[in-house]
Design a protein around this ligand. Structure first.
Ligand SMILES: [Zn+2]
Length: 290
């Protein structure tokens, strides 16, 4: 007999409020976390650009309309603007293993590939289809709304391309955010290996976050942030915290953990090593001859 599916549980209102508050807190924390890799630095920079564009052009209604349009374009649920306009083309950049820096090399944007490879009928046909599809959906939006969406896309892709007309905005969004074009390009890497990669310079985000952290702290406590709090844990301290994270509260820089991705990663790595070591030890113990 087929099992009767259990209806999804309704989340009580107070839980929804709590989830919202936790999300907001995590967002705020994320803004202050010190970047620990090149990918973190670039994401922090991109996040700031998107936030600035959102502050200028977005209310909550617009945000949900825009996310709905990009979800329809991609044929999958998109929950954030950073995810909607992804300059890595939704593939791993490999930059999360590189140390923090102020310059990054990224794959070319699909629009640059379409503009360069003009003799590929299949790619150009796909682009025209996606532009028409998004264009007719966006026809219900006012000029300034399409312009806002275009500005958000430029911020998300960290592009300074000039988009003077409504058509150029629609084209930029449709070609870059289309999942079908992205898949076609990933399936045919030879097509675009001749198109130059993008090289983007950006400010020192580690220094900027340090500065913001100190300012935020001074604002909340009327006093300067003790430099000690911004110094990373020693290897010995990492070992102690990895063993029992509650110990972090008793160390001289208790809140450092909440602001430093690098130390957080070091602790997680240490915990993984200890776990592995224990597993091997346990196996050896169980396999011993009686
Ligand atoms: Zn640290």
């Amino acid at each position: 007999m087929a099992e009767t599916p259990t209806p999804p549980k309704k989340i009580p209102i107070f839980m929804n409020k709590l989830i919202y508050e936790i999300d907001t807190m995590l967002d705020a924390l994320n803004d202050l976390m010190l970047p620990a890799s090149l990918a973190d630095c670039f994401e922090a920079y991109r996040g700031d650009l998107l936030k600035k564009a959102c502050r200028r052009q977005l209310n909550d209604n617009h945000r949900s309309w825009f996310l709905r349009e990009i979800s329809l374009l991609r044929g999958e649920p998109i929950t954030s603007l950073a995810q909607a306009f992804d300059p890595y083309l939704h593939i791993s950049s490999g930059c999360d293993t590189l140390p923090p820096g102020t310059a990054i090399s990224l794959p070319p944007l699909p629009i640059a590939i379409v503009d360069t490879i003009r003799d590929c009928g299949e790619l150009n046909g796909l682009a025209t289809e996606e532009i028409d599809r998004l264009g007719s959906r966006l026809s219900m939006y006012a000029q300034d709304e399409v312009q806002n969406l275009g500005q958000l896309a430029l911020a998300g892709y960290v592009s300074d391309l000039a988009l003077p007309t409504r058509d150029s905005m629609v084209r930029f969004i449709a070609v870059n955010a289309s999942a079908a074009i992205e898949k076609y390009l990933l399936d045919n890497p030879l097509l675009w290996s001749a198109v130059p990669r993008r090289h983007i310079q950006f400010p020192d985000m580690v220094a900027l976050r340090h500065k913001q952290l100190a300012e935020e702290f001074a604002l909340k406590t009327n006093g300067p942030l003790c430099p000690n709090r911004q110094t990373c844990y020693t290897d010995e301290e990492i070992g102690i915290i990895a063993n029992d994270i509650r110990v972090a509260v008793f160390l001289p820089k208790p809140r450092h953990l909440a602001t430093c991705r690098s130390c957080l990663r070091r602790i997680l790595q240490r915990q993984a090593v200890v776990k592995k070591y224990n597993e091997v030890g346990e196996r050896k113990f169980n396999d011993r001859p009686n």
